[in-house]
Design a binder for this molecule. Structure first.
Ligand code: SF4
Length: 191
């Protein structure tokens, strides 16, 4: 886990630690791995208030201790949500390859946005009524998928696809104990 400051240690307070999470261009696999901490969930819930996440879909965000971000930046809505997290979370944690490097969604960068849209909506086998979606309600796609640290400052990185549950357990333990998280080699592997 790369760390640039001691913000996690400072996030501890006598109150419950307020955590928010989001999935930008991600598959929710990192969130599933976060839930794999098994019985530790009980201890975490005693110390943590989970104020926003993909399950409760709360839009407001304020006074958050730790923001956990899964997924890359594919569209303008992703960027807006990410900036909201950075502005309102004292500590920001990038989890998973997509958030850290662009990961799987960034594969489209090799071909270009126009070519990908053309292939998906016009030229692919089995396409019926070929048309590239252009509803104004849809968020505008970015020309290039970007990792989140290209747009905002990130305090901690949990690598992996997804990061192992042990890495999340270490992050939560550090939060509850008011210390810096430490990932050993096994937790930081990429296979
Ligand atoms: Fe899914 Fe892997 Fe990306 Fe996490 S890093 S959102 S598990 S593809």
């Amino acid at each position: 886990m790369h760390q640039e400051n001691s913000e996690v240690a400072q996030a501890q307070s006598p109150e419950k630690i307020r955590i928010a999470s989001c999935s930008l261009a991600g598959c929710f696999g990192c969130h599933m791995s976060m839930l794999d901490i098994d019985e530790m969930v009980v201890e975490v819930l005693e110390h943590v208030e989970y104020c926003r996440g993909p399950l409760n879909d709360v839009r407001d965000l304020h006074n958050v201790d730790v923001g956990i971000v899964e997924g890359a930046l594919c569209n303008e809505d992703n960027v807006k949500v990410l900036r909201q997290f950075r502005e309102n979370c004292r500590v920001l944690v990038a989890v998973g390859a997509c958030a850290i490097t662009g990961g799987l969604p960034a594969m489209r960068n090799h071909y270009g946005l126009t070519a990908c849209l053309k292939e998906a909506y016009l030229d692919a086998d089995g396409v019926v009524n070929p048309a590239i979606p252009c509803d104004p309600e849809l968020p505008r796609l970015l020309n290039r998928v970007r990792p989140i640290q290209e747009v905002v400052r990130v305090d901690y990185f949990l690598p992996g696809c997804p990061p192992p549950a042990a890495a999340f357990a270490e992050l939560f333990s550090a939060l509850m104990e008011g210390r810096e998280p430490v990932l050993d080699r096994e937790m930081a592997r990429f296979d």
